[in-house]
Design a protein around this ligand. Sequence first.
Ligand code: GRF
Length: 195
Amino acid sequence: MKNIVILISGSGSNMAAIVRAAEQGRWGERLHARVAAVVSNRADAQGLAFAKDHGIPTAVLDHKAFASREDFDAALMAQIDRFSPDLVVLAGFMRILTPAFVAHYTGRLLNIHPSLLPAFAGLNTHQRAIDAGCRFAGATVHQVTAELDHGQILAQAVVPVLPGDTAQALAARVLTQEHLIYPRAVAGFFSRQFG
Ligand code: GRF
């Protein structure tokens, strides 16, 4: 069985979408893949309850308990590696990762970013897209490399930017698409790699 470890910091709605897709799409049988664990850097991440309700082991590693980013990432790697991951999925994990972390999971580390990369890497993507006068926005699933929000693009979805949109309204529209493309990209990762 191939193991997926999902990292979250907050609501975990992308994680939930992946867990539901794995259940409904019978990934265990079809892809020999399962969500083996959900790891959060925040004990109050709402997504942890969802994972527990679905019988998925969870772990919390508070970044504030570590003196440096390097120390935290080393402990995070040890925690993740307990679950022998074939794929590590960043799903709203709000930490900048060290080069050592990224190198350790090269080729098996995915992220979703709420813009049509390579446009609007970094934070505050929705307001930046509105301010630039974009007619379209969207989300991108990509391999994670040392450079922030770069790396091979695996999936994208496009939504319109509507007149009068707020960043919040646009974010909500984009998020509905994230919930479709992220599970699909994760399943695609396994069908390509191990099919
Ligand atoms: C998503 O918009 C994701 O693209 C961004 O953070 C948000 C996380 O939402 N990186 P959730 O925790 O999956 O609900």
